[in-house]
Design a protein around this ligand. Structure first.
Ligand SMILES: Cc1cc2nc3c(=O)[nH]c(=O)nc-3n(C[C@H](O)[C@H](O)[C@H](O)COP(=O)(O)OP(=O)(O)OC[C@H]3O[C@@H](n4cnc5c(N)ncnc54)[C@H](O)[C@@H]3O)c2cc1C
Length: 438
């Protein structure tokens, strides 16, 4: 007998849910993926000045097992991000609005040595140990999944992996508890987290430590799909023969004694299960269970992030003369006007470097006029990027009602392509087990 499963959302979470369900249920399952915007979700790229530019989820850590294995299975290469023609001096720097607190070569031992010089070896060592411990706890989820462990709630997964020690507390407080200096946390760590989550070190420690692991503190390195991360998800869904309905927004899900119905436009589909792989607060879906309407508001907010991509020649006077660093992090001074920027490539077509900025407000023409000597092309994009990552978040269970599941609550603890993919995998395990039990 065939099974029909609807998956709402085609980002990392929805794609890995579908991928895992196909492996578990085989060809008899019909997988209907509803996507109201573009396949890939927050993984999205554009062609800009003749080059491919990622606007959202970009970098994948080489230890990110679910995404790395998906890329290998689909046959899409992952490669380090490399700027062929650096515009400045190839340095990474930390800017406090007045001067550079740190400015070191962005290669080899440049950054570790610079950090040791500024913050001392012990602070760095202790921070590194914390990042490694968080990584090890996270990585234990793979072994549990492979041993057949099925999780009913995010809390259960968090406890089973030992991640709870990193979820109930902010990174600032955890670092203090481990005797790591406020100077390191308030400056460099905050700089990294303003880049990764547009937030400070006061975020939930797990997200913060995952961010630091991404910055190289826990080994491994960073790669991205050479074809664009959204292409990876699109090809994976194609490979498993998912019935992709795009652009089509799901507006209602009803679970009652006769089954589950999914409403999207003119379509009303009866399915055995539906997986909501999109933030419940943003998805605009009315969920009705036998007990009545399910409140989806959890009180969590999503962080607005403006991404500005510019092809242009930087004005050395902006930073007081000399070459512009290739990668700039900032401390939490509200007057700085941006959270981070980096040179991410070079446009052959326009013969200009390409820069990507993150900011809380849209970068104004006035700012761009001061930052650049010449602007050849600009692209603006606004994301509701990730939750405001408050420590000790609360979660819905993965199963909201009979036949209705959610993935994205876990994002309140950490929001990355890999963590979303891995939770999607776990939710697929739960769905398959429930279907087998009937
Ligand atoms: C600017 C930025 C930079 C980032 N950088 C990184 C990075 O370098 N590395 C990293 O690992 N992570 C990064 N992230 C985080 C990462 O992109 C996200 O954690 C991840 O993509 C979320 O995946 P998801 O599948 O859970 O959600 P999404 O990708 O948001 O997928 C949900 C999908 O559901 C669709 N949808 C919503 N409602 C409905 C509906 N009613 N009907 C049908 N479809 C619906 C949406 O259109 C969307 O496509 C970044 C995020 C942003 C915004």
């Amino acid at each position: 007998m065939s099974t029909d499963i609807a998956i709402v959302g085609s980002g990392a979470a929805g794609t890995l849910t579908a991928w895992r369900l196909r492996a578990l249920l085989g060809d008899t399952a019909r997988l209907h993926v509803f996507e109201c915007d573009q396949v890939g979700g927050r993984a999205r790229h554009i062609e800009f000045a003749g080059e491919r530019v990622e606007l959202g989820g970009t970098l994948i850590h080489t230890d990110n097992r679910r995404i790395v294995e998906l890329a290998a299975a689909v046959g899409l290469p992952l490669a380090p991000r490399r700027v062929e023609i650096p515009a400045g001096d190839g340095s990474i720097a930390l800017w406090d609005g007045h001067g550079f607190l740190l400015r070191v070569p962005d290669s080899g031992l440049g950054l570790p040595l610079g950090l040791v010089r500024r913050y001392g070896p012990f602070n760095l060592l202790k921070l590194r140990r914390l990042a490694q411990r968080a990584k090890a706890a996270w990585n234990s989820v793979y072994a549990l999944q492979e041993a057949g462990r099925v999780f009913e709630t995010p809390d259960e997964l968090i406890r089973a992996t030992g991640l709870d020690q990193f979820v109930k507390i902010s990174l600032t407080d955890l670092a203090r508890r481990h005797g790591i200096s406020d100077k390191l946390v308030g400056q460099f760590v905050t700089g990294v987290l303003r880049d990764m989550y547009n937030q400070t070190s006061d975020i939930v420690a797990l997200a913060g430590l995952v961010g630091l692991a991404g910055a190289g503190l826990a080994g491994g390195s960073l790669v991205a799909s050479t074809e664009g991360n959204a292409t990876l998800f699109a090809q994976a869904l194609d490979r498993i023969g998912a019935d992709i309905r795009v652009p089509l927004a799901v507006t209602a899900v009803r679970s009652d004694d006769s089954g589950v119905t999914v409403t999207a436009g003119e379509t009303c589909l009866t399915v055995d299960a539906v997986v909501l792989a999109a933030p419940l607060e943003l998805a605009g879906i009315e969920i009705t269970t036998p007990d009545g309407p399910l409140p989806t508001a959890t009180g969590r907010r999503y962080q607005d992030v403006h991404v500005t991509v510019v092809a242009g020649e930087a004005e050395p006077a902006f930073f007081g003369g000399g070459p512009t660093p290739g990668d700039v992090l900032t401390t939490a001074d509200p007057d700085i006007g941006f959270k981070a920027f980096a040179q991410i490539g070079h446009s052959q077509a326009l013969a200009q470097p390409i820069w990507k900025f993150f900011s809380a407000e849209e970068l104004s023409d006035d700012f761009l006029g001061r930052f650049f000597r010449r602007v050849a092309a600009v692209h603006h994009h606004l994301w509701q990027a990730y939750p405001v990552l408050t420590p000790d978040p609360s979660f819905h269970p993965f199963r909201l009602a009979r036949g209705v599941y959610q993935v994205n609550d876990f994002e309140s603890a950490v929001s990355t392509l890999e963590t979303e993919a891995t939770i999607g995998w776990s939710v697929a395990d739960l769905v398959a087990r429930d279907l087998k039990r009937g």
